[in-house]
Design a protein around this ligand. Structure first.
Ligand SMILES: Nc1ncnc2c1ncn2[C@@H]1O[C@H](COP(=O)(O)OP(=O)(O)O)[C@@H](O)[C@H]1O
Ligand SMILES: [Mg+2]
Length: 294
């Protein structure tokens, strides 16, 4: 499972920490991983001191086995792979390293791997997001977050299509189309579909299938009005019209002072203030995620 959103400060790490805590408390063996190598702070939300080994060591080649990275958290059943130790900022891993990382994560002995993505739409961030069987796009009810959210979904959409296309020339076409001002005049995923179909009908069929198969989940965080709640439905509609993808609006979380209280205590809000609005809404989202799990 992955949480992304394009913009920083929208609540990805708040939700990552709390959802992983709720999933663990409901009996799942969870490993949460902080892939934000520029501002790793998931450990703080979970009350874990920066451990001796982190994802940064794996990326730098100092640690070759992912199995050695998870450390215990105060929450039974929840382990954590921290991003960096100290305040280091690390360059993103290259495509080969992150493909190996994602394959290795699948080999971890647990029920759920929860990936907290950093901000921005760096190819590494997009690949982490796409690795989730469930991919949650976290939005904040303000235009900047919506804008970054769409750019992020767009990048994820094109990257996913590139990865599933089998023929070299079609893949290059998809890569080229990713640039919004490409010379081919391809502006939307539907334009691209037409081009792919014209180039290679079999790849066209795969493209069409994949379009429908990509189902990110939408979560709106720090909701403060009924208008804010509606935002998830609007984004869902745009996803359908523009990308032909069937996103699910999985839920929203109210703006709640209890969140700040919780992070100050370095504990999940679902643990210290289980009756707060934030905790109630997080549990509701977790329930839907649990229902979708095997
Ligand atoms: N539902 C909420 N209510 C109140 N404050 C929130 C809520 N969600 C997040 N915050 C605050 O917003 C800040 C940014 O959240 P964070 O999860 O670190 O964002 P991201 O990981 O997307 O950069 C946090 O410091 C937190 O205190
Ligand atoms: Mg974060």
């Amino acid at each position: 499972m992955s949480l992304g959103g394009g913009k920083g400060g929208v609540g990805k790490t708040f939700l990552s920490s709390n959802l992983s805590a709720v999933l663990a408390r409901s009996g799942k063996r969870v490993v949460a991983i902080d892939t934000d190598l520029e501002g790793a702070n998931l450990h703080t939300w979970l009350g874990v001191a920066p451990p001796a080994r982190s994802l940064a060591d794996y990326v730098a080649g100092r640690e070759t086995d992912v199995q050695g990275l998870p450390v215990e958290t105060p929450i039974p059943g929840l382990k954590l792979i921290t991003g960096t130790h100290g305040h280091l900022s690390m360059p993103q891993p290259d495509a080969e390293t992150r493909a190996r990382l994602l394959a290795d994560l699948r080999g971890l002995n647990c029920d759920v791997v929860l990936i907290d993505c950093g901000a921005g739409a760096h190819p590494a961030t997009v690949d982490y997001f796409l690795a989730g069987d469930d991919a949650l796009i976290v939005l904040h009810p303000e235009p900047t977050s919506i804008e970054n959210g769409y750019s992020f979904l767009r990048a994820a959409f094109y990257r996913r299509m590139e990865l599933v296309m089998r023929k070299g020339d079609v893949r290059s076409l998809v890569r080229e189309a990713m640039d919004q001002r490409n010379a081919l005049g391809i502006r939307t995923p539907h334009d691209l579909l037409r081009e792919v179909e014209a180039m290679d009908p079999e790849e066209g069929r795969r493209f069409r299938e994949e379009m429908g198969g990509f189902r990110p989940r939408i979560v709106v965080n720090e909701v403060a009005s009924a208008e804010d709640v509606k935002l998830g439905f609007q984004v869902r509609m745009v996803c359908r019209r523009f990308f032909g993808m069937d996103a699910e609006y999985t839920g929203y979380v109210n703006r709640d002072e209890a969140v700040r209280e919780a992070v100050n205590l370095r504990r999940p809000v679902t643990d210290i203030r289980p009756q707060s609005d934030a905790a109630v809404y997080v549990r509701r989202i977790a329930r839907k995620l649990l229902e979708a799990m095997p």
